[in-house]
Ligand binder design. Structure first.
Ligand SMILES: [Zn+2]
Ligand SMILES: [Zn+2]
Length: 115
């Protein structure tokens, strides 16, 4: 095993993930007006960092070019959205879950809903 090569691969993967994240945010901000979908708060360049991109299916890797999986939410509504999502998933003391940790659970939910 060549550790240097492995390091390089890991570093590249990390860069790719970061690039992807920056990419979908930029695309979402181009696609949608700078308004929180929930509370209708409006944003400008001055406070744009408080406007975040939410993934409707909670899967950060699902970034269709038409933006159908994105929703612009202010940080407060975004937090709320995830709290509600976790609430709806609750029922048996699940571990504190991040968006990343809930990917799998949500994939099953989609099947259950017969999407
Ligand atoms: Zn909001
Ligand atoms: Zn989100």
């Amino acid at each position: 095993m060549d550790n240097k090569r492995l390091d390089a691969v890991v570093a590249q993967a990390r860069r790719d993930a970061l690039a992807r994240e920056g990419d979908y945010r930029a695309r979402a901000l181009k696609l949608y007006p700078w308004v929180c979908t929930r509370c209708a708060r409006e944003f400008t360049h001055a406070n744009l960092q408080q406007l975040t991109v939410h993934h409707r299916d909670h899967n950060h890797d699902n970034n269709p070019p038409d933006g159908s999986n994105w929703e612009l939410l202010c940080i407060y509504c975004h937090e709320n959205e995830h709290a509600r999502y976790l609430d709806s998933q609750a029922g048996g003391g699940q571990e504190a879950s991040t968006e990343a940790a809930s990917f799998k659970a949500f994939a099953n939910l989609k099947d259950l809903l017969g999407k």
